[in-house]
Design a protein around this ligand. Structure first.
Ligand code: SIN
Length: 431
């Protein structure tokens, strides 16, 4: 924290164009080294190389996008309502930040915090997940080569985070905390950050509903479901967690989804034919298996998958579960694995109620070709993001984030930049 604190005094006054160039050069280096970075990521956390490449491109885009924004941070000048006096506002960097990043997207979850921090003149300490320190260390090397001054981005790896995080969070030099991970850990961090009133951004768990109405384009819905469910092997907080399908198309959708899921090849991420890699560890695989067993024991039907796959890794078969009862645990809990529960609905009001019946509120997916219905439904869904006939909501210019127990604050886009700026207002005595 000392290094981040010292570097802040210099970095906050560095010319915006220079900070922008650091980000642009980092973007270029990431794209130049795409193959090496992707291989490292796959070896580190298991996802297929093609998915690692997609993540690195996504990650690099945060640097490019925020490099473009670094030179556009502005303020406001206005006349006081009485006509006597003027008001000036400027936006300044919040100060040294602490970033705690997860293992599922080991680079992108870092760049979408580091990018806006550098753009605004903030410095940071980054603590990557203990399962994936190498991707973040490679990113650190790239930033250094791109000319990022010493002390601006400090990477701290640890196998047991609790012990080192608490003193850092309580360090009086820290001004902002940004965390991506589970709601349970997020709650604890918010409590710790409250002591010194830290600016806090929390990107926490999800339980995304995927709604398919009777007028949806079913081909697009099946394609969309495959991505919304299976990107990153289902280990994503935006992964579709529950499929609610109108009764008139539910069995056709489930059959088609099961057929597609059954064709996916599970195996080592370095094998070019593989579509689905291993889960991150045995604890995660057991959790996924328990959720499927719970549904099976309550009378659900396993349309495809539903079992561990042997091999040198924590593999679990892509799974579709139908006839899902109300009390199945995975309707309430985040699965974080390749399992798609499908339920049918008959009324729009029921499905909206079911979709909102969760403590989470990150994202929902809606498939319908009726624009009036689409907006009627979207306005009633309690989530921070919606994919309307759109399977992927994530990109650098979008304000990513949730409501309820999915957290607060936004990452990406202009909103993501504001998280690193504080407003100073100057009252001017100008008649
Ligand atoms: C996440 O799963 O935490 C984020 C996924 C994304 O940015 O698309």
């Amino acid at each position: 924290m000392g290094a981040a604190h010292e570097a802040f005094e210099m970095f906050r006054t560095m010319a915006p164009r220079q900070r922008s160039d650091i980000l642009r050069r980092s973007y270029d280096l990431m794209i130049e080294r795409l193959d090496d970075l992707a291989l490292l990521m796959t070896l580190e956390m298991g996802k297929p190389v093609v998915e690692s490449k997609a993540e690195i491109t996504y990650a690099a885009n945060f640097f490019r996008w925020y490099g473009e924004e670094a030179v556009r941070i502005d303020g406001r000048y206005s006349v006081n309502e009485s006509g006597a006096g003027r008001m000036l506002t400027m936006r300044q960097p919040v100060g040294p930040c602490l970033f705690i990043t997860p293992w599922n997207f080991p680079m992108a979850m870092g760049t979408r915090k580091i990018g806006p921090a550098i753009a605004t003149g903030c410095t940071c300490v980054v603590k990557p997940a203990k399962q994936t320190p190498l991707s973040m260390l490679m990113l650190g090397e790239i930033l250094e080569q791109a000319g990022c001054p010493a002390g601006v981005v400090n990477i701290l790896t640890a196998s047991s985070s609790g012990q080192i995080m608490e003193p850092l969070i309580r360090d009086r030099r820290l001004r902002k905390l940004s965390f991506t991970g589970s709601t349970e850990v997020g709650r604890r961090l918010i409590e710790q950050g409250a002591e010194q009133i830290l600016r806090v951004s929390m990107e926490l768990g999800g339980n995304a509903p995927f709604l398919i109405f009777e007028d949806a384009d079913l081909d697009a819905a099946v394609d969309g479901a495959m991505i919304a469910k299976m990107r990153n092997g289902g280990e994503a907080c935006v992964a579709a967690n529950r499929f609610y399908v109108h009764e008139s198309v539910a069995s056709e959708f489930a059959d088609r989804l099961a057929a597609r899921m059954g064709q996916l090849k599970v195996g080592r991420g370095t094998d070019p034919d593989v579509n689905v890699g291993p889960l991150i560890d045995e604890a995660q695989r057991s959790k996924v298996a328990e959720l499927v067993d719970d549904a099976r024991n309550r009378g659900a039907t396993i349309a495809v998958g539903g079992e561990r796959v042997d091999g040198p890794g924590y593999f679990y078969a892509p799974t579709v579960v139908t006839d899902v009862p109300d009390d199945a645990a995975f309707l309430k809990e985040e699965i974080f694995g390749p399992v798609a529960p499908v339920r049918s609905f008959s009324s729009e009001q029921d499905v909206i109620r079911w979709a909102n019946d969760t403590e989470y509120g990150l994202v929902a997916y809606v498939y319908t070709q009726d624009i009036n219905r689409a907006f009627g439904v979207i306005e009633q869904l309690d989530t921070g993001m919606i994919g309307l006939n759109q399977r992927l909501v994530s990109h650098a210019g979008a304000p990513f984030g949730g409501v309820k127990a999915s957290g607060y604050g936004r990452e990406g886009g202009h909103e993501g930049l504001h998280e690193y700026l504080q407003t100073k207002y100057i009252a001017l005595n100008i008649p």
